[in-house]
Design a binder for this molecule. Structure first.
Ligand code: TNX
Length: 554
């Protein structure tokens, strides 16, 4: 009897040892850290399934079932992200049969998943499966997965709690802007900025390429734009004081560099929206080609910040040729539908007294309605001409909300910056709209009241909490009009932002708050939860040595 018992115990122990051996690939050592799916932006559904966690370790492979270069590239990104956070570089290979999935991460396309950016992540005890109908969806999933991982200083297995995540974004346009005219940022930094956008699930980079203080894009037809227009001979010290630093300042992007940035962003599923700001904010171009202004110049690339009376002359036929030639080159470099044509802050002073502009008004027979001037309509004519020209090329133009008062075509997308009301009005008139109201979407504003007198910002208070609380779709907007709100964007104007760590400081962590406005359904938003979840984001920011505003991390 005793013998039999002993035999039975031995049998059970052997069986247990065998099972442990069979499971050892997935077994998780004590030392390991745990993944957490409370990421930013918060996914639509995260359902923990409470089984034994999966152990993600150096033997875990990243697999893709089909030969597909795009999916293979997403696999490489996932490998890079995991390696940067956990110090484990996982092998990547093509999947070899169903059983191969065991113990691995599988990236698979599944056409049944609806939504270009939607994805599912399923973690079981035996592995991770990521599915989406497009490689873009897989890329968004890769971002979620990377943000779930602990940032650890050495290679250690990660315990992945079992979960079903199903996710897709609220808005189709999720953007951030960067002003590279007031201060010039290198190609490398622009790429880093694009990486930051991708981390936050964004898909549009609005690149502000020209302004009074410097013209940045190389235009082959007009070389003086970058030879002359890209450099100012000094910059005001402080806030438009009479003290000038007397330092030549500037820079430009070659067409090759811009194409390189477009390609870099494309791999990260971000479309670049270039902006050529006109007919105002044009001193960079006028300094190079003074015959295009009403007075004929001479003009100087501005040393000061602000709004200036010298703008493109609307009566000079050469101006339209100039603009179209520039847009031809821009459209060739930037292949996407959206092209931003500015249109903000364009004073009428010169047009009112310019014979050529007044002749144009008469020739066009412009008759203003109440509350409009003839010059408003002149800007409307200009914007409509460009809109028509670009639509022949299959493009759509975006303009700042000032152009709404100029009777532009409703196919023109309106970027609502002077508050949210112009956006709501534009939507009710049938325009598509991007919401980027100064408050709370201007990240050149200060984040803490302690900073209000410091030279860190342009002025205006935009704390993280206000960014988070922003609701882009006004309650009063009927559903058929609300669908015109394509998305949300924050702007980083760079008058007072001269270096890259300052850009980082201004956008982190406000960008995280913005990402949840853009991605997450309103009922899933919760500021207290966001604050808790933001620590994991901070760990990632720190991992890349990005400068982070400290206010919410206390
Ligand atoms: C307004 S927003 C501007 C920019 C300035 C910014 C400063 C817009 C369309 N125009 O030219 O840089 O304010 O916050």
């Amino acid at each position: 009897m005793i013998h039999l018992r002993r035999f039975f115990i031995c049998f059970v122990l052997t069986l247990a040892a065998y099972c442990a051996q069979a499971q050892s690939d997935f077994a998780i050592p004590m030392e390991s850290l745990e993944a957490c799916y409370d990421v930013i932006p918060r996914p639509q559904t995260v359902t923990l399934t409470e089984k034994t966690p999966f152990g993600l370790g150096e033997n875990t492979c990243i697999l893709y079932p089909e030969v597909n270069t795009e999916v293979a590239r997403v696999a490489k990104f996932l490998q890079q992200f995991i390696s940067e956070s956990t110090c484990m570089t996982l092998p990547i290979r093509q999947q070899n049969g169903k059983k191969d999935a065991l113990g691995n991460i599988v990236l698979a396309l599944d056409k049944r998943i609806s939504g270009q950016e939607a994805y599912n992540i399923i973690v079981t005890t035996k592995g991770i499966t990521i599915t989406a109908s497009t490689a873009e969806g897989l890329f968004r999933a890769a971002q979620t997965l990377r943000k779930s991982l602990p940032v650890q200083p050495k290679s250690l297995m990660v315990a992945m709690p079992t979960v079903n995540i199903s996710d897709s974004p609220r808005f189709g346009y999720r953007g951030m802007h960067l002003d590279c005219s007031r201060h010039f940022f290198s190609v490398d930094f622009v790429k880093q900025y694009i990486d930051m956008l991708a981390l936050h699930g964004m898909n549009r980079f609005h690149w502000h390429l020209s302004d009074d203080q410097g013209w940045r894009p190389e235009i082959k037809c007009y070389p003086r734009l970058t030879e002359i227009g890209a450099y100012r001979s000094g910059t005001t010290v402080g806030r438009n004081t009479i003290v000038d630093d007397g330092q030549r300042y500037g820079g430009s992007y070659t067409q090759q560099e811009m194409r390189d940035i477009v390609a870099y962003a494309k791999e990260r599923y971000i479309e670049v929206v270039p902006e050529i700001d006109m007919p105002g904010h044009m001193l960079g171009a006028l300094a190079a080609y003074p015959q295009l202004g009403c007075t004929g110049g001479p003009y100087e690339v501005s040393h000061l910040w602000g709004v200036f009376p010298d703008v493109l002359c609307m009566g000079n036929d050469e101006v339209m040729v100039f603009v179209k030639n520039i847009l031809d080159e821009i459209a060739d470099i930037f292949p996407y539908e959206l092209i931003h044509i500015g249109g903000d802050e364009c004073p009428r002073d010169r047009w009112k007294v310019c014979e050529k502009c007044q002749n144009r008004i008469n020739e066009l027979g412009l008759i203003p309605r109440e509350g409009q001037s003839k010059e408003d309509l002149l800007q409307g004519w200009f914007a409509r001409e460009i809109q028509k020209y670009m639509s022949q090329k299959g493009r759509r133009v975006i303009g700042w909300d000032e152009i709404l008062g100029c009777d532009v075509d409703t196919t023109t997308i309106i970027m609502s910056w002077r508050g949210a009301e112009p956006g709501a009005k534009a939507a009710s008139l049938g325009h598509d709209v991007i919401m980027t109201p100064v408050n709370p979407m201007y990240f050149d504003y200060y984040q803490s009241k302690d900073e209000r007198h410091e030279p860190l910002s342009i002025g205006g208070y935009v704390p993280v909490e206000a960014v988070y609380a922003f609701e882009p779709v006004a309650e009063a907007l009927p559903t058929d009009k609300a669908q015109h709100i394509l998305g949300v964007q924050a702007n980083v104007w760079a008058e007072y932002i001269a270096c890259t760590s300052h850009v980082e400081y201004m956008v982190l962590p406000r960008m995280a708050a913005l990402s949840e406005v853009q991605w997450t359904q309103p009922e899933r938003k919760d500021y207290d939860s966001f604050l808790k979840r933001s620590w994991a984001m901070k760990a990632i920011y720190d991992r890349y040595n990005w400068t982070v505003a400290p206010h919410i991390f206390k």
